[in-house]
Design a protein around this ligand. Structure first.
Ligand code: MSP
Length: 519
């Protein structure tokens, strides 16, 4: 066995409602996972839920439920959401699973034995909402705290702290020596700027049971549970450990047979811009202390807004992914999210923009190309594929090559733009060659064969190229071409694989128009 390409999403807070931001992160991760499979790699894609902490404890209590029962119910909604998005994840981790909790305790014991932790009394301010200690630096000039922190209380308590100081120099060196470790580069510069201009404060890794008991018990002190971020970040390595990844099992001396898939180190952690510090500072330090190698990349995406304003349930400024998928179809939703926004900057959802891309690019662009092509082949050639011809081969092969490079660099939006250059070229080719005119002239019969072959082969090529992005659409195109399952490898998009004489299937609109009354 060999090391798999291992990719993860952040794990979502179980008590939040699945929204556009969660959908986006999962979909771009799914596209990257599918792309790497199509590039011939063995892939492992992990997503899941972050279930401990004060917010969950309080929400469960408010509903008169035990926290575990409360999480179990919500976890079902999240699993349904994952299905709705058509994700190709290999596992779904929940931080309340014994396999995860045992791992966190093993790590805590190890780090404690190494002397990484110490007990200290803290007196000061604390944000209950964010479960974070605040310092004087967090105060505004008038002494108050930003309302984003919610209720800020003053408390005095003893906790365990993780010594971070000795890690700061090597982490800076690592980020400087590995330019891909944090992407895009402006995020990397942000982290470097922070690390170079601040002395890292030690990380509080516990909460007293008296205040919070919904957490993983500290194995060496029953008065504490583990800080939720220490617990949550661990998921990325606890799952490989639980499956028996030899490196993780051996490094941590776990009791499992070291016969599982080779996953660690992760190739990409996909996260949003708000949680960079946890992934690019705390997580690498935790791993170094455990003796595990660092992930190869933390890939940071931006945040979505709607109509230029923050998504917010209270103001009603939301996009409900499930409602959009029910109305427009899953692939239309996946298409818009990836086409509209590159991985990095913030994005802005507008219903008008969605409808416009749907009609112009999906219905008129791709859908029409397939529909017109199949109709002409049926009408002029009784549905049979003509002799191969390669007029559009150079352009199609160039798109395949360019897409292959873009996918290796997670340039998903550019990839779609590149694929659409072929959609547009093929539609333009219909207009230029005018097969409906050729069909009227028997002397042009060979030319008509050539044109139809080029169009059909373009449709086949496009389906293969699109499969990481729009897997359902790719299958539907193959079904209409009467070609069986879409091949797994992107190289199958190389020109000329459509066999002459093959009978195509029935055309049905891929993306029905929604801006005209139906007939
Ligand atoms: N539980 C933590 C992550 C722990 S990872 C070890 C968490 N959960 S979350 O549910 O609040 O967010 C999950 C992911 O969704 C994060 O990467 C976050 O950046 C992303 N998004 C939340 N709102 C978003 C948008 N409006 N737009 C895009 N992504 C957003 O943080």
């Amino acid at each position: 066995m060999s090391k798999r390409f291992y990719i993860t999403t952040a794990i979502d807070y179980v008590n939040g409602q699945p929204h556009l931001g969660h959908a986006y992160e999962k979909i771009i991760t799914d596209v990257i996972a599918r792309a790497h499979r199509a590039l011939g790699e063995e892939v492992f894609f992990l997503t899941g839920l972050d279930e401990h902490g004060q917010k969950v404890q309080q929400a469960a209590a408010a509903m008169g439920k035990e926290p575990q029962a409360y999480c179990d119910e919500l976890a079902e909604d999240w699993r349904r959401f994952v299905d709705k998005l058509g994700l190709s994840n290999d596992e779904f981790i929940r931080t309340t699973q014994p396999r995860h909790k045992q791992w966190v305790q093993t790590v805590l014991n190890r780090l404690h034995a190494q002397g990484d932790f110490y007990l200290k009394e803290y007196r000061g301010f604390y944000s209950v909402k964010e479960e974070t200690f605040l310092t004087e630096k967090d105060r505004r000039p008038d002494g108050s705290f930003d309302p984003a922190w919610g209720d800020v209380i003053e408390l005095t308590e003893q906790n365990y702290y993780f010594r971070l100081g000795r890690h700061q120099p090597w982490l800076i060196d690592h980020i400087e020596a590995n330019p891909d470790f944090i992407a895009p580069d402006y995020r990397r510069n942000e982290v470097l700027g922070f690390l170079k201009n601040n002395v890292l404060e030690d990380l509080c890794i516990t909460r007293p049971v008296s205040r919070l008991n919904w957490g993983i018990p500290l194995p060496f002190d029953p008065n504490y549970v583990t800080y939720v971020w220490f617990d949550a970040l661990s998921n990325y390595a606890s799952l490989p450990g639980a499956l028996g990844d030899p490196l993780v099992v051996q490094t941590l001396g776990l009791p499992h047979p070291p016969t599982g898939p080779e996953l660690w180190p992760a190739d990409i952690h996909v996260i949003g811009k708000d949680i960079i510090k946890f992934h690019a500072v705390y997580w690498p330090i935790m791993l170094k202390a455990m003796g595990l190698p660092l992930p190869k990349q933390v890939l940071v995406h931006g945040w979505w807004q709607k109509d230029g304003a923050k998504l917010s349930k209270s103001t009603g400024n939301i996009v409900d992914p499930v409602a959009v998928i029910d109305e427009w179809g899953l692939d239309a939703f996946r298409y818009y999210l990836v086409r509209e926004l590159a991985i990095g900057p913030d994005g802005n959802w507008t219903d008008a923009g969605f409808s416009s891309r749907y009609h112009a690019e999906l219905a008129n662009g791709l859908g029409n190309l397939l529909n017109r092509t199949l109709n002409m082949v049926k009408r002029y050639r009784q549905g049979a594929v003509p002799q191969p011809h390669a007029e559009l081969a150079p352009e199609a092969n160039a798109v395949l090559d360019k897409l292959t490079t873009l996918l290796r660099h997670n340039e998903l939006q550019e990839g779609l733009i590149t694929i659409w250059s072929l959609v547009n070229r093929a539609n333009q080719y219909i207009d230029q060659t005018a097969p409906f005119k050729l069909a009227k002239d028997p002397a042009q019969s060979t030319r008509l064969d050539q044109v139809l072959y080029n169009l059909l082969e373009c449709c086949r090529v496009l389906a293969v190229l699109l499969s990481p992005y729009l897997p359902t659409t790719a299958s539907r195109i193959f079904a209409q071409l009467n070609l069986g399952p879409v091949p797994h490898l992107l190289t199958e998009a190389r020109w000329g694989k459509l066999p002459p004489g093959h009978k195509v299937g029935e055309p049905t609109p891929l993306f029905p128009r929604k801006d005209q009354p139906s007939k």
